[in-house]
Ligand binder design. Sequence first.
Ligand code: GLP
Length: 240
Amino acid sequence: MKVVVGNNEQISKLIAEEFIKVINVKPNCVLGLATGTSPLQVYAELAKANKEGRVTFKDVATFNLDEYIGLEGTHNQSYRYFMNENLFNHIDINKDRTHVLKGTGDYLAYANQYDKLIADFGGIDIQILGIGSDGHIAFNEPGTPFNSLTHVAELAESTIVDNSRLFNDISEVPTKAVTMGLQSIMNARKIVLIATGKNKAKAIYNLLKGPKTEEVPCSILQDHKDCTIYCDEDAYSLVK
Ligand code: GLP
């Protein structure tokens, strides 16, 4: 794993450039996308580059990591809504080629075919990840098997508390989600992870210095051949 430390603006710009490079080499590439506050500036940089004509998304396909069970795609805390608002509505992408797991209806059937669908598109060329304070990636909480594919997950109490800041009340936070598994994520050819803030410091320490264990889901990334961790000084503070 490579590590890059810089402020949020610097690391977001660097990650956006990694995406742009991949897309410009392979215009019909497959992007793995994440939600959360961490990738927001990366998405803003990509939208800006698209407007400036430095990259086009017209033949790109995307797959998102996860979705809350119980929220329609029109709900303002659903991850489909997040992606439309923060990226897809601002770039020249064909929305039919954007995939987000479903949180309602026959969500299980869609989840069960998700890994095959990704493979049918040729596999993920570049995957962006955030990280939870407990070391989760996507919604793979501590204890998730390393060989997991897309599945239904129970959210850890700490994740419900962390994510409640985005809801009116903690009681509104869904307790379950559908998520790509750890193996699904490892299948990506290239991975970039972004972490900012002191509340990510322990997870980043465990990722970079700790043992590889299912108790720390992100530690599986230690085995990936092309994975770069981008963090700010606060997230990196326990490593030094
Ligand atoms: C959620 C998402 C994760 C994300 C994490 C961190 O739990 N399922 O994919 O990495 O939040 O979010 P944030 O970037 O807002 O700290």
